[in-house]
Design a protein around this ligand. Structure first.
Ligand code: BEZ
Length: 210
């Protein structure tokens, strides 16, 4: 069963390239980007792990920990990490789960019936400090994920949690945002002192509050 957005992320224990973890303990008060890989020694996955490692400073700024998973053994992971570091010119700076028993892939609904059945699909879960799944998406095996988009969505989620706003299509940091529809006109001046533009009763834009 796929895990739905806003559902509680199930806890699990796992062996990883950085030692054994209990997911809830390991994640602590951080956000998590949990992304899965079909198999070790595969080209697209190799570039994705390299990209995530390179972006660690950006994830750190946002209080986000990265966690990878692939359905292979720790021994294979150790060899693959060497390939990733060599070809992508990075240091692997976050753990990758060895899910060779597929327990976590099954728990998170990552085994796709229409893809090669013994592989996890290319899923991403963004999980907040309350352990709620705030975003999930799945790509086909042949297409690498866009980590700039993952960072953009994390920015949008964190802003919307802080400021009672939503983000319009293609929003990026610094652009106008949408005032949530549950905020009355009377409340707007105190909550959004930078002013607002009313396009109609439900579409009110304000400069990014912070
Ligand atoms: C890849 O990461 O390149 C890949 C993984 C599984 C199937 C096909 C491609």
């Amino acid at each position: 069963m796929a895990i739905k957005v806003d559902a509680l992320a199930p806890n699990f224990k796992a062996k990883t390239t950085q030692g054994d973890i209990d997911f809830y303990e390991w994640s602590g008060d951080s956000w998590v980007i949990f992304f899965t890989h079909p198999a070790d020694f595969t080209p697209v996955c190799t570039t994705e792990l390299g990209t995530a490692a390179r972006l660690k400073p950006e994830f750190d700024k946002r209080n986000v920990k990265s966690l990878g998973l692939s359905i292979d053994s720790l021994e294979d992971h150790a060899l693959w990490v060497k390939d990733i570091e060599e070809t992508q010119r990075v240091t692997m700076n976050f753990p990758v789960i060895a899910d060779d028993e597929r327990e976590i892939s099954i728990l998170y609904g990552m085994l796709h019936p229409f893809e090669m059945s013994n592989m996890a699909v290319r899923s991403v879960f963004v999980i907040d400090p309350n352990k709620r799944v705030r975003l999930s998406f799945t790509y086909p095996l042949s297409i690498g994920r866009n980590f700039t988009e993952i960072l953009r969505v994390i920015d949008a989620l964190q802003l919307s949690d802080r400021c009672q706003v939503s983000t319009p299509a293609d929003w990026v940091q610094g652009e106008d945002v949408v005032i949530n529809t549950n905020i009355s006109e009377d409340e707007i001046p105190a909550l959004f002192p930078k002013g607002y533009k009313k396009l109609n009763d439900y579409l009110r834009l304000t400069p990014q509050p912070d």
